[in-house]
Each structure stands twice: as structure tokens, then as C-alpha cells.
Design a protein around this ligand. Structure first.
Ligand code: IMP
Ligand code: MG
Length: 187
């Protein structure tokens, strides 16, 4: 963990990529799709802390079928993580998911390292089914082959903040998704 804090850039200076309204529309559409596909079933949403917390909160309210949610947290090694591919679980699920219909909920599918690690881990629990929902997908950045079953938006290789997503822990509470002026090291 680095102790150097980057200078604050005001979010007002950053271009809006998706407005709160655009996000809400896509989340509602995903909620409908999921409600349709899981009709008559119960779903367990597993959010990846912290980035997915806001997307999960909205998605859970857009899903009309019986659902519960849980959270996991994974460590991030920044650039080292990308070169080594090592992802570590910091917080596990609270409740068993064996025989359950599970959807992992993530903020961004980027290199794919986090989600392929989590998918492997969750499959060990023998869920009845396992799918992936991500708010954003950056297909250009993929290092391992993995696709989302549900995604709000596909974006190019640009670093974004807001709607749960951070740069150095900042900006998670910004209601829209904005383009950070430059891609940070490792992105
Ligand atoms: P990966 O798919 O394992 O590379 O990891 C995806 C994670 O990297 C996401 O959950 C985010 O936490 C982080 N991330 C990737 N791209 C961005 C971005 O543009 N803004 C903020 N976080 C990002
Ligand atoms: Mg994340």
C-alpha cells in the first residue's frame, strides 16, 4: 500500500462518460433481463468490495425476483498484481452458496484477473449456476479470457471514476461515470 497521495483533481474538470440517468437506464434494463432469466428462482448477488457496492445496491433494487446479497473483498497489488496474476481473498462470503444461483457483481471487468480468480473460487462452493454482472467492461485490457454475462457499458481503455469506482479511494460517491484526465500507472 502506497502512502503517497496524488493531488486532488476536481471531478467537475473531468468529462462525463455516462450520466446518472444513462446508468440508471442500463441498470434497470439489466434488472429486467435478470428478473426474466431467473423467474421463479432465488438469486444470490455477490458484490466485490468496494467498487461494486453502489452498482450492487442499484442492481438489487432493479431485480424483481427473490434475491439476497453478500460481499467479498480481494487484495490489489497494482502493477505487481498484473504481472504476477496474484489475487488474494481478504473477505470471504458470509453464507454458503452451494446449490444456489449466484451472480458475481463487479464494477469493472478489466484484465479479468480478479473475476477469473473469484469465479474459480466460487465454483469450488458448487453453486447451481454462476454468472457475472459488471457495470463496465474494458475488453481491450483483457489478459485472461473471461466474459461478463451482463454488462451496462463496454468502454475503451480509459481510466474512469465515479459510481463506486475510485482513483486512490477518491470519487466513489460521484453519481456519474467520468473520465480521469490520464490513465494512472499500470492502466
Ligand atoms: P481486473 O479485471 O482484475 O484487472 O480488475 C478490475 C479492477 O480494477 C476493478 O474492479 C477496479 O477496481 C479496477 N479498475 C480497472 N479499471 C479501472 C478504472 O478505469 N477505474 C477505476 N478502477 C478500475
Ligand atoms: Mg474493484
Amino acid at each position: 500500500m502506497s502512502s503517497s497521495v496524488p493531488a486532488f483533481v476536481s471531478p467537475d474538470e473531468m468529462e462525463v462518460l455516462f450520466s446518472a440517468e444513462q446508468i440508471a437506464q442500463r441498470v434497470a434494463a439489466l434488472g429486467e433481463e435478470i428478473s426474466h432469466e431467473y423467474a421463479g428462482k432465488s438469486v444470490v448477488l455477490i458484490g466485490v468490495l468496494k467498487g461494486a457496492a453502489i452498482f450492487l445496491a442499484d442492481l438489487a433494487r432493479a431485480i424483481k425476483v427473490d434475491n439476497t446479497f453478500d460481499f467479498v473483498a480481494v487484495s490489489s497489488y497494482g502493477r505487481a498484481r498484473v504481472s504476477s496474476g496474484a489475487v488474494k481473498l481478504i473477505k470471504d462470503i458470509d453464507n454458503p452458496i452451494e446449490g444456489r444461483h449466484v451472480i458475481i457483481v463487479e464494477d469493472i471487468l478489466d484484465t479479468g484477473l480478479t473475476l477469473s480468480y473469484l469465479r474459480g473460487l466460487m465454483l469450488q462452493h458448487k453453486p447451481a449456476s454462476l454468472k457475472i454482472a459488471t457495470c463496465l467492461d474494458k475488453p481491450e485490457r483483457r489478459l485472461v479470457p473471461i466474459e461478463a454475462d451482463y454488462s451496462c457499458f463496454k468502454i475503451p481503455n480509459r481510466f474512469v471514476i465515479g459510481y463506486g469506482m475510485d482513483y486512490a479511494e477518491r470519487y466513489r460517491g460521484i453519481p456519474e461515470i467520468r473520465l480521469y484526465p490520464e490513465n494512472p500507472p499500470g492502466h
